[in-house]
Structure formats: structure tokens, C-alpha cells
Ligand binder design. Structure first.
Ligand code: NDP
Ligand code: 8X3
Length: 249
């Protein structure tokens, strides 16, 4: 049975991906910082789900990850680098610098930590799949997207470069690039717990759901090994990619 490790499994996409992949018959390690959330998911999902507390920004903790896993979960076949966040939406000249650092530490450096620890074990077995959660924010600029969008542009290019380094090996890499998705804690985190501001983002919009993303992941991991989706950009039908604003005097 294949083993999947999902970062950011305590809510949103990560939680939905764990549910879907357990239903598909995988063994799943769900990681995040909030252990209580992971434990309640474990109660729901049973013995094929392993809750594992992990802060992706802590290199020492990620370096020791494989040592801390029970034998049945040690060989990771699929890594889903999903943990990530946006903080703030102020223009760059007003943004909080600590928020910028947290986004880079999590979305960029945390993803690097996990990849660097798990990828060599995949190369040894010439088998594996890494799925990264990028964003449309890595493809298109928008006001207030500054460091968040830049961190997702890193994820996009890192995914493509991983594919290139893995040329000739049976290891797949996909960057999933979603647009507006609701039903997660994303905007609540972005607006530092301001429910009113967070709710306004999704008002009267038929947004993408965590289950849509989980179904996409399920399709990808269950596709044949000779088939690699390099990147997949997904938007709600209600969203358009155009955004070239013109300011007139
Ligand atoms: P959520 O806020 O619901 O989930 C984010 C997850 O990341 C949580 O489980 C959180 O767990 C985890 N996380 C955050 N920081 C850390 C950390 N330092 N170490 C470990 N885990 C961490 O957001 P979404 O599900 O919406 O987002 C998931 C991913 O998808 C993110 O990378 C996001 O950028 C991306 N994305 C989201 C979109 C959206 O509109 N929602 C669209 C495009 C991409 P905990 O706090 O317990 O550690
Ligand atoms: C999340 C989508 O548009 O809020 O990555 O940046 S967006």
C-alpha cells in the first residue's frame, strides 16, 4: 500500500486530501502544528492515518522526520507539500515585515525542508511523486499579493526545476495552482482572524472547494506512472485571469 505524507493536514485542502486518499486506500501521514486537529482527524480516519505534529519551518524537526515514523509509514511514496499561508494584503510599502518572513519561511523554506528530506529516499527507489500547492498568485500579480505571490512563483519554478533534475527517473512532480477557494482557513489566517474581512472574500461567489482540490490530487496520484502533469491551474468558473488595471490621471 502506498504511503502519502501531507503537510498542513489540520484544515482546508490538507484535511480534505487526507480524507480522500484514505478513501482511495492509501496510508496517510497527516502533519501540521495543531496536534488536537490531527488527532480528531485520526479518530475519524482510523489506523491507516498517522497524525504527526510537524512545523515545516523547523529544519531540525523535519531532518528527524523519518526517524520518528513507525516502520509501516517510513517509506514515503507521495509527498504533498500543502502547508502554507498568506499574511496580510497591504501594498508592499505598508506590509508587515514579520509577515513576509513567515510566508517565506513556510511557503518556500518549509517546502524545501520536506523536499530535501524525502526526495533522496524516492531517488534511491526510483519511485515517487511530489505534489506542491502553488497558486494562481504565483502566475498573476494582484494588489497586495507581493510576497505571497512571489513565494508561490518560487514553488512553480522549483517544481519545474525538480522535474528537470529528475529527468530519466520514475519520479513525478506536479504544481497545483488554484485560484479562489473557500471552505478553508486561508483568508481567516491572511486577515489575522478578522472573520468579517475573511467572509467578504467569498460572499456571493461559487468558489472552488477543498473537495475539488482533493479530487484533483486523487486523479493525479491514481494516474499511471508514465503520465506527468507538470502544472495544473484551476479557477472557479466565476474567476477570470485578466487583471491589467490602468490608473488614469
Ligand atoms: P488553511 O489555512 O486552511 O490550511 C493551511 C494548513 O497549513 C493548515 O493545516 C496549517 O496547519 C498548515 N501550516 C501553516 N503553517 C505551518 C507550519 N509552519 N508548519 C506546518 N503546517 C503549517 O489553507 P488552505 O487549505 O486554503 O491552503 C493550503 C495551501 O493551498 C496553502 O499552501 C495555500 O497557500 C494554498 N492555496 C490556497 C488557496 C485558497 O484560496 N484557499 C488557493 C491557492 C493555493 P497548522 O496551523 O495546524 O500548522
Ligand atoms: C490563494 C489564491 O488569489 O488569494 O493562493 O492568492 S489568492
Amino acid at each position: 500500500m502506498n504511503v502519502v505524507l501531507v503537510t498542513g493536514a489540520s484544515s482546508g485542502f490538507g484535511e480534505a486530501i487526507c480524507r480522500k486518499l484514505i478513501a482511495d486506500g492509501y496510508k496517510v501521514i497527516g502533519t501540521a502544528r495543531r496536534e488536537d486537529k490531527l488527532k480528531s482527524l485520526a479518530t475519524e480516519l482510523g489506523d491507516d492515518f498517522l497524525p504527526f505534529q510537524l512545523d515545516v519551518t523547523r529544519k531540525d524537526a523535519v531532518d528527524n522526520l523519518l526517524l520518528g515514523l513507525p516502520d509501516a509509514f517510513k517509506q514515503i511514496d507521495i509527498l504533498i507539500n500543502n502547508a502554507g499561508l498568506a499574511l496580510g494584503m497591504e501594498p508592499a510599502y505598508q506590509a508587515n515585515y514579520a509577515d513576509w518572513e513567515t510566508m517565506v519561511q513556510t511557503n518556500v523554506i518549509g517546502l524545501m525542508h520536506l523536499t530535501r528530506v524525502v526526495l533522496p529516499t524516492m531517488v534511491e527507489r526510483n519511485f515517487g511523486y511530489i505534489i506542491n500547492l502553488g497558486s494562481t498568485a504565483g502566475n498573476y500579480a494582484y494588489r497586495g499579493g507581493n510576497v505571497y505571490g512571489a513565494s508561490k512563483a518560487f514553488v512553480k519554478q522549483f517544481s519545474a526545476n525538480l522535474r528537470t533534475d529528475l529527468f530519466g527517473k520514475k519520479i513525478r512532480v506536479t504544481n497545483i495552482e488554484p485560484g479562489l477557494c473557500g471552505g478553508t482557513e486561508f483568508s481567516n489566517v491572511r486577515f489575522h482572524g478578522d472573520d468579517h474581512q475573511a467572509d467578504a472574500v467569498y460572499q456571493n461567489v461559487d468558489f472552488i472547494t477543498p473537495e475539488d482540490i482533493a479530487n484533483t490530487v486523487s486523479w493525479l496520484v491514481n494516474s499511471p506512472v508514465h503520465f506527468n502533469v507538470n502544472s495544473i491551474e484551476i479557477m472557479p468558473t466565476a474567476q477570470a485571469p485578466a487583471g491589467l488595471a490602468v490608473s488614469k490621471d
